[in-house]
Write a protein that binds this ligand. Structure first.
Ligand code: HEM
Length: 405
């Protein structure tokens, strides 16, 4: 018998047994409220007297939820590895893409020299790394290789179990659609990665700038990874965490809307971070809170037409990321204060408090990254922090889910 970690009393055991039977027989079931059980058996109701837990939508075994959580962890690993690959300037070392052939790394000295020679035909070597040795090349090559191989592992982690669960009949109709979309997104993610790398391999005859990938494609690659991560985590949490049956007061509805808005703002801030990273905009104005001597720098709208500044002017991109970062923090702090006025179950309160704590750390990391001129370990931690913040916000949203009537 599979046990839910939140189940701790005899009433919950009964509740679990009922659910498991329903899972395995594939009978669609209305969410079951623990309020239906004697009050003393409901973990939340017994403590607070007003909230209770209801079962997640049935007919999908918990193993599917656990698989999706593991997949979101694998995507998080790929995001972190991708960030470190970019920060160590290793992302343009593999100059072609083969799904299967490139899985075997060069072995002999001759193969390594041939690979190095291929790299030497491209702008990054010609402009930036013309004095690079073969040993140095091997380091950046292995960084990029590990990111690409991890991407393949992530792809398999989605696709193989999806086939297994599908064939065993463990997925209901909505879950089938969801799993298909996630598998499609993971394949799309790989293609976007190569599309991004290609932009850094092109010769740009009129440019004296160091070769780098397009910030638009970097943002698309990071953005779609964040969507994949969030969708997997959200679905996994929805399958595993029982809903709280909270009274639908006006304040609770506002808190739920506030949590949704804050999560969207955090997502937007993370996406704007990709533009900062793509333009190396963390290296202009390394002061805080002012930018140089001013609150609003002179060159904020230096590019024309004006709209170009938002995505192409490093000063504006950094300015926007600061504003979004601070606004996200302010939204989280306001959400925390607002939530204090509402009686909430212990686990929900933990989610709100954790969100505030992670937001403090994330802003601290962002400011330190800026003041210290973007050192690799700190910048990589700041990037991982954005995943932690997004995850905590999604956890809170999941805690506040409405119980369907
Ligand atoms: C809620 C708050 C924030 C979130 C979610 C967030 C998220 C991100 C993300 C996802 C990146 C891209 C990292 C990469 O792809 O390597 C980034 C980059 C950056 N962020 Fe933030 N950020 C936040 C707040 C801040 C603040 C307040 C500052 C400073 C004032 C800041 C400074 C930077 C800098 C300098 C970079 C560029 C690092 C690099 O080049 O790798 N961030 N941020």
């Amino acid at each position: 018998m599979k046990r839910n970690p939140t189940a701790s009393c005899p009433g919950d055991k009964l509740f679990q047994q009922t659910r498991s039977l329903v899972y395995w027989r594939q009978i669609p079931m209305r969410p079951l409220s623990v309020a239906a059980l004697p009050a003393a058996h409901s973990p939340v109701a017994s403590r607070k007297g007003r909230a209770s837990l209801a079962a997640p939508p049935a007919a999908v075994p918990p193993a599917v939820g656990r698989w999706l959580l593991a997949c979101s962890g694998a995507v998080a690993g790929a995001v972190v590895l991708g960030g470190v690959t970019r920060l160590t300037e290793s992302g343009l070392s593999m100059v072609d893409w083969h799904l299967v052939k490139e899985m075997k790394p060069p072995r002999t000295q001759q193969e390594w020299e041939a690979e190095f020679q291929k790299y030497q035909q491209f702008p990054e070597f010609k402009i930036l790394n013309h004095d690079m040795t073969l040993t140095e090349f091997k380091f950046i090559w292995y960084m990029e290789y590990s990111h690409r191989m991890w991407g393949r592992v992530v792809g398999l982690a989605y696709i193989l179990p999806a086939i297994y669960f599908w064939r065993r009949g463990w997925l209901n109709r909505p879950m089938k659609g969801c799993v298909l979309a996630l598998c499609g997104l993971v394949c799309f993610q790989g293609l976007l990665g190569w599309y991004m790398v290609k932009s850094g391999l092109e010769e740009k005859p009129d440019s004296y700038d160091i070769p780098r990938v397009s910030q638009y494609r970097l943002a698309a690659h990071l953005g779609s990874a964040l969507v994949l991560y969030s969708a997997s985590l959200w679905t996994g949490l929805s399958l595993l965490l029982p809903r709280h049956k909270l009274p639908e007061t006006h304040q609770l509805i506002r808190l739920r809307q506030f949590a949704h808005g804050t999560t969207a703002l955090i997502f937007l801030t993370a996406l704007s971070g990709a533009f900062v990273a793509g333009l190396d905009a963390g290296l202009v104005y390394n002061s805080f809170p002012k930018m140089g001597e001013r609150w609003i720098p002179d060159d904020l709208l230096a590019f024309s037409p004006m709209l170009r500044n938002i995505f192409e002017n490093p000063t504006t991109v950094q300015f926007d990321h600061r504003i979004l970062g601070i606004s996200s923090f302010a939204a989280v702090a306001a959400l925390f204060l607002f939530s204090r006025r509402i009686p909430l179950p212990r686990r929900t309160r933990m989610a709100v408090t954790s969100l505030l704590a992670v937001a403090c750390v994330q802003v601290g990391l962002g400011v330190s990254t800026l003041l210290l001129y973007v050192p690799t370990p700190l910048a990589a931690t700041h990037q991982s922090g954005s995943l932690a913040l997004l995850s905590t916000a999604l956890w809170l949203m999941s805690e506040l889910r409405r119980v369907p009537k």
